[in-house]
Write a new protein. Structure first.
Length: 345
């Protein structure tokens, strides 16, 4: 049984990630790029990322693909309902759906609903929030062979802020304004920044906005448990990388581990947690960003300026070697990183 409050019939989000080979969802990848761009005041580069490819999946394609797969399996039931509180003990589930309490036995519960519950003052919580427009121009304006992963040349007055640009063809692209801050902006502020970027940096005067998206991803040093009142997956189960907000590929890795355990009849508790050293790196970088010890654009500029892009992508994927990690960390200013690191010990 799959329960969600939304029917998932709108193209309400975009997932971007990188991988070396064809992945599980490759048949619905909307666009791939072999070259990514990074831009800041101190460093501008177009980077070949082979053997990686930067990939984009549209939300609507993902939903349609998943529901097509569900239809092929009549034992799976989809229920659209508002989800209230629930209690799960020893495979027995009590859950409120549309304000009606239901009871299920012999059940394994997987929960992806993230709820803020920890009031510990040591817990850092930043928000990655973003608004994107898919725009269409009259004249060719984009290079469809190159994706702008991060452009930090915009104002940093609101905190760590960047834009990414994903061209679908010469006249169509997703332009997304992204921030790492403690609070959301007013709705019109996102629009103002998108308009400004399109005019000042893309040098486009005439365009049509054909789709919009908005989202918020929590970035936290809170240790979110896989096993707690059920089995927690996605952001709720700690699969959002605390220092960057990247989530999609971590969910895929965890999902495969879950499937392997169920197929082989192994306990789900055997699935390993995120290695401690990556949590240490994430918590240290999050400490720096949260307290503004070092501007975010300086951190990411140092990452890409002083390291090969493949090393940075491995690091952001939690797949780097100790050698890679030492090189990447040493590319940051020593004193802010050292002070933040000591606080994590």
């Amino acid at each position: 049984m799959l329960i969600d409050k939304d029917a998932k019939k709108n193209n309400d989000r975009t997932w971007c990630f990188w991988e070396q080979e064809d992945g599980f969802f490759d048949k619905i990848v909307f666009k791939k790029w072999d070259t990514i761009s990074f831009l800041s005041d101190a460093y501008v580069a177009d980077m070949e990322i082979s053997p990686y490819q930067y990939k984009m999946i549209r939300g609507i394609d993902f939903y349609q693909y998943c529901f097509q797969e569900i239809k092929r399996h009549p034992t799976i039931e989809f229920i659209q309902a508002d989800i209230g509180d629930w209690s799960y003990q020893e495979k027995s589930l009590s859950i409120d759906l549309n304000d009606i309490e239901y009871h299920f036995t012999n059940t394994i519960l997987f929960n992806s609903i993230y709820r803020e519950e920890n009031a510990d003052k040591k817990i850092i919580k930043l928000l990655q929030h973003f608004k994107g427009w898919i725009i269409e121009t009259k004249e060719p304006a984009f290079n469809p062979e190159k994706a702008t992963m991060m452009d930090f040349r915009i104002s940093q007055d609101n905190g760590t802020s960047f834009v990414y640009v994903l061209p679908f063809d010469e006249k169509t692209a997703l332009v997304e304004y992204t921030l790492f801050t403690k609070q959301l902006l007013q709705p019109d502020e996102y629009d103002e920044q998108l308009e400004l970027y399109i005019k000042m940096f893309l040098h486009i005067e005439e365009y049509k906005v054909i789709e919009k998206e908005f989202g918020v991803i929590p970035m936290t040093n809170e240790k979110l448990s896989f096993e707690r009142n059920g089995w927690n997956i996605g952001t709720a189960g700690g699969q959002t990388k605390g220092s960057s907000g990247y989530t999609f590929q971590f969910i895929q890795k965890q999902s495969q581990q879950i499937v392997d355990c169920l197929v082989n009849q192994n306990p789900l508790s055997e699935i390993p947690a995120t290695p401690k050293r990556f949590r240490f790196y994430d918590n240290t970088l999050l400490e720096i960003l949260y307290h503004n010890k070092l501007p975010g654009k300086e951190i990411f500029t140092a990452f890409f300026k002083k390291n090969k892009p493949q090393q940075v992508l491995r690091f952001l994927d939690n797949e780097s070697s100790i050698k890679d990690e030492l090189k990447i960390i040493s590319s940051l200013p020593t004193w802010p990183f050292l002070k933040a690191a000591i606080k994590q010990l």
